[in-house]
Design a protein around this ligand. Structure first.
Ligand code: ADP
Length: 424
C-alpha cells in the first residue's frame, strides 16, 4: 500500500479510537484536541529533522523515520544519489573535452557577448599569449592588431583573417570565429606559417621559371623566323616541321606570358587609377576582332559611362580574355554582345556569346589553372587554360566577382560585377 494511504489509515484509526473512547467517557472534544496537537507536534518534529538534514546538503544516510517520512527521505536520497552520478559523468565529459581541446594543434578561445575570454585551451597560451589570469578580460584589449580588432567589430565571421602571432612575429596565424549558443563565439587560430612559406615558394618558382623561359624562347623564335624566311626553297618535310615548331613556340610564348601575368597578379602591389572603361572597351573590341579575324562580330553597348578605380593593364587583360573566349568558342558568323551597365547595386560588364555553352557542372571549374573543358574539343582552339584564372584574379584584386550563366547549344554570358565603391 502507498505510504500516504497507510498514513491516512492510521490517522483514521486514531480518530475512530478517540471517537469511541470520547463517546464512552464524554471527553470527545478534549481527546480530539489532544490528538490533533500530538499529530501536529509529531509532523513539526519530522519537518525540522528533515530541514536540518537537507540544509546540511543531504549528505550521508538519511535519519531514521517512520511512515510517510521514511518514503520522503528515501525519494530525496535517491534523487540526490542520481544527481551525484550525473555530476560525476558530466565532470568526466568536461575533463575529456578539456584534454582533447588542449591536445588540439589550433588555439581555441570561447568568447562571451562582450568579447570577454570565457575559456581558452593551452595552445592559445603559446600562440596568442593568453594566460589563465586573462579570463574575463576583453580579447581586443590583449590582442591589439588593427586587422583583428576590425574583424571583431565588423562581426562578419564568414571571413578568415591572417595576422602574425602576438607572441612571435615569425608565426602567421589564420583566425576564424564561429558563433554558437546565446551570443557565444569560438575563436580558432591556426598556425599557417609552413603553408604560407610553401605558397610563397610556389609563387617564386612559377615567377622564376616563367621569367627564365622567356629569353631562350625569344632566341628560338628569332632563329625559326630567320630559317623560315630563307630564300632557298624548303622541302615539304622541313617546311611542315618549321610550321609546327613555329606554332608550338607561339603556344609556349602564350603560356609563359599568362603564367608571368598570373604570378604578377599574385605578388605585385595593387594600383588604383581612374580607368575610362568606355574607351578601354572600345579599344579591346577592335583589337579582339582584329586578332581573332572576326570583323564586325562584336556588338558593344555602353549603357553607362561609369569609370572604375583600378589597374588599366589588369582590367584590359581580364576583358580581353573574356572577349577572346567568346569569339573563340562560338561560330565564326555569330555575334558577341558586350554590355557595360550600372544597376542599383553594381556596375557590370556582360560578355554574351551564342556558342556551344558550358555544362553546369563544369562552370565552377573553368577558373582553375590549366582547366580546359573537353580537351578534344578545345584542342582545336588555341588556348592555355589560364585565361579565366587571370580573369578571376583580376576581379579579386578589384573587389569584383565573375558570374557565369550558360545554356548548352545556346551560349554563355560571362559577367564581371564590381561594387559601386569602385566608381570614380
Ligand atoms: P583557354 O585558354 O582554354 O580558353 P580559359 O581559362 O580562358 O582557357 O577557359 C577555360 C575553359 O573554359 C576553356 O578551355 C573552354 O573550354 C571554357 N570556356 C571559356 N569561355 C568559354 C565560352 N565563352 N564558351 C564556352 N566555353 C568557354
Amino acid at each position: 500500500m502507498a505510504a500516504w494511504k497507510k498514513e491516512l489509515g492510521w490517522t483514521f484509526l486514531l480518530l475512530l479510537g478517540v471517537a469511541v473512547i470520547g463517546s464512552m467517557t464524554g471527553l470527545f472534544i478534549p481527546l480530539l484536541f489532544v490528538l490533533i496537537v500530538s499529530l501536529l507536534i509529531w509532523q513539526i518534529i519530522h519537518i525540522s529533522r528533515f530541514e536540518r538534514w537537507i540544509s546540511n546538503g543531504g549528505r550521508g544516510k538519511y535519519p531514521k523515520a517512520k511512515g510517510i517520512w521514511e518514503d520522503i527521505y528515501y525519494h530525496v536520497y535517491q534523487i540526490k544519489k542520481s544527481e551525484k552520478k550525473r555530476k560525476k559523468k558530466l565532470g568526466k565529459i568536461i575533463d575529456q573535452f578539456r584534454k582533447s581541446t588542449d591536445a588540439l594543434p589550433d588555439a581555441a578561445v570561447v568568447l562571451g557577448k562582450q568579447d570577454e575570454i570565457e575559456w581558452a585551451n593551452s595552445t592559445a597560451k603559446n600562440v596568442l599569449g593568453l594566460q589563465p589570469s586573462d579570463r574575463g578580460q576583453r580579447i581586443p584589449n590583449l590582442i591589439r592588431f588593427p586587422v583583428f580588432v576590425r574583424f571583431l567589430n565588423t562581426g562578419d565571421f564568414n571571413k578568415t583573417i591572417i595576422m602574425p602571432s602576438p607572441t612571435n612575429s615569425q608565426v602567421t596565424l589564420s583566425v576564424r570565429i564561429v558563433s554558437y549558443g546565446a551570443g557565444l563565439r569560438l575563436l580558432i587560430a591556426q598556425d599557417i606559417t609552413q603553408l604560407r612559406k610553401m605558397e610563397q615558394m610556389r609563387k617564386d618558382f612559377v615567377a622564376n621559371v616563367s621569367h627564365e623561359l622567356r629569353t631562350p624562347l625569344t632566341v628560338l623564335k628569332g632563329y625559326l623566323e630567320t630559317l623560315r624566311e630563307l630564300d632557298e626553297p624548303l622541302s615539304p618535310l622541313l617546311s611542315h616541321s618549321f610550321q609546327q615548331m613555329h606554332e608550338q613556340t607561339e603556344r609556349m610564348q602564350h603560356l609563359v606570358d599568362d603564367l608571368l601575368l598570373l604570378s604578377n597578379l599574385e605578388t605585385k602591389p595593387k594600383k588604383a587609377d581612374c580607368v575610362n572603361i568606355a574607351a578601354l572597351l572600345g579599344k579591346i573590341c577592335t583589337e579582339s576582332e582584329n586578332f581573332n579575324d572576326s570583323p564586325g562580330r562584336i556588338e558593344l553597348t555602353l549603357a553607362t559611362d561609369a569609370n572604375l578605380y583600378g589597374d588599366e593593364h589588369e582590367l584590359r587583360s581580364a576583358f580581353s580574355n573574356l572577349l577572346g573566349n567568346a569569339l573563340k568558342y562560338s561560330p565564326k558568323d555569330s555575334p558577341v554582345k558586350v554590355r557595360w551597365e550600372q544597376t542599383n547595386t553594381t556596375v557590370a560588364l556582360h560578355v554574351e556569346d551564342q556558342g556551344e555553352g558550358i555544362v553546369d557542372t563544369e562552370i565552377p571549374r573553368i577558373t582553375e589553372r590549366f582547366y580546359r573543358i573537353d580537351v578534344r574539343r578545345t584542342h582545336q582552339v588555341a588556348g592555355t587554360g589560364l585565361g579565366l584564372a587571370i580573369v578571376k584574379h583580376v576581379l579579386l584584386r578589384h573587389d569584383g566577382k565573375l558570374v557565369v550563366t550558360s545554356e548548352l547549344q545556346k551560349g554563355s554570358t560571362f559577367s564581371c560585377h564590381f561594387p559601386k565603391e569602385r566608381l570614380c
